[in-house]
Ligand binder design. Structure first.
Ligand SMILES: [Zn+2]
Length: 236
């Protein structure tokens, strides 16, 4: 009887310490924004590329298309984004989505401002790449590096680097553009951000094998696993 009591007490203590540890490392309520790139209809009206800038760019373009699957990028982006949202919710993140359907009209500046308004710790913009060279493949992660984003440049770069590392670990894909890390000064969706932001280019839809991989649920799971690890590690 005594033995059973001791076993019971030990299990109780173990359980308590486990609960305590998991509560400590929990992502409870950390706000994250996900921006699935593009939408079903592009909007070529123009908006300033940055606050106080005279340079104007299209509000939101149509994105690329799968060379083999014929899947439009905006559909792929949302498909992966919704899976990422589901996994983030399981980990108790608070998730904000700039869109959850295709038939919307939200400019890149508006997407950034939406995420700013939610005071998120990180925005992950989800895109796929395209090239006229069908041999080009691989993943890259973009981050802001302009004067208008000075306050978020270094945190965004750190998150981009951790995100790239975990994505390459889970997918075994190549890094595109050399290092796979790409600083940008010209993206409206970055320049209007006041909270850290990165953009994942999941692969090239212009490459036959990568296009097919990108639309498979097993590869999408690897991408989502990599994104979760990247988010977890950059918000530690
Ligand atoms: Zn795109």
């Amino acid at each position: 009887m005594k033995k059973i009591f001791i076993v019971f007490v030990s299990m109780f203590i173990l359980g308590m310490s486990y609960t305590h540890t998991s509560a400590k490392s929990s992502s409870k309520n950390i706000p994250i924004c996900i921006d699935p790139g593009h939408q079903s209809k592009q909007n070529l009206e123009k908006e300033p590329v940055a606050p106080n800038s005279k340079v104007m760019k299209a509000k939101v373009t149509s994105g690329t298309i799968g060379v083999k699957t014929k899947l439009p990028e905006y559909k792929l982006n949302l498909e992966v984004a919704l899976k990422l949202k589901k996994e983030l919710l399981k980990k108790n993140y608070k998730v904000y989505m700039t869109r959850e359907s295709h038939n919307v009209n939200i400019s890149n500046a508006e997407r950034a401002k939406y995420c700013n308004s939610k005071k998120v710790k990180l925005t992950v913009r989800i895109h796929a790449d395209g090239s006229t060279d069908r041999k080009v493949e691989g993943i890259s992660v973009l981050y802001p590096n302009s004067k208008s984003t000075v306050s978020i440049n270094s945190q965004s770069k750190k998150s981009a680097s951790l995100m790239l590392k975990s994505l390459i670990d889970t997918t075994k894909a190549k890094k595109s553009y050399g290092t796979g890390l790409v600083p940008r000064t010209d993206l409206t969706g970055f320049n209007w951000s006041t909270t850290p932001v990165i953009l994942v280019e999941m692969g090239f839809m212009s490459n036959v094998s990568e296009d097919q991989k990108l639309s498979s649920s097993s590869y999408q799971k690897k991408l989502v696993d990599g994104m979760i690890k990247g988010i977890d590690s950059s918000l530690k």
